[in-house]
Design a protein around this ligand. Sequence first.
Ligand code: ZN
Length: 234
Amino acid sequence: MERKALVLFSGGQDSATCLAWALDRYAQVETIGFHYGQRHAVELECRQVVLDRIKAQFPAWAERLGPDHMLDLALLGQISDTALTQHQEITFKASGLPSTFVPARNLMFFTFASAIAYRRGLRALVGGMCETDYSGYPDCRDNTLKALQVAMSLGLDAPMVIETPLMWLDKAQTWQLAEQLGGLALVELIRAETHTCYLGDHTHLHRWGYGCGNCPACELRRDGYEAYVKTEVV
Ligand code: ZN
């Protein structure tokens, strides 16, 4: 059977790298995105740009890249009270989790993705979750996703694999992975066309890409890019 994957693609650096990773090893790759009232909805506008640029610049990948699925999860924005969906400061809460944590977000994303994957005959779900992020979101952890993989495979009565190629990489290594997969052309595409900033700032262009430069997501992206560039010049 041909290997087919569905990539959770938000338009950010991590999921764009995952998309390249999947295009490198699966015969057919489709993408899925979610609209849930996120403040950084500009990320969603980057999705189509990145998809178009990949098709134009990487012909071998263009042949494998199938339809994009966009799901409206406005309900998630309504039921969660967080800094990603409301105008709140980004702080750490008593639970030790940052206020950007949207409870159960990734569980829902994967569950909806599995329903689409099942219908489309795709048997791998690829996501950019990562345990090395500062945030420590519990629904991004390896064990959470392994448990979810088992639950989905049982619940669908069909094998469903969750792939998380970035799980143990830091942000500099994520840039290195992009370079291994698609050379400097892919690094530049991700740098210039993806969006990471929590505040949705897509007007200030820095060496490491667009963003406010001050929120935790921007700091992480900047530090990772600077560490990656350092390893390049030596
Ligand atoms: Zn920012």
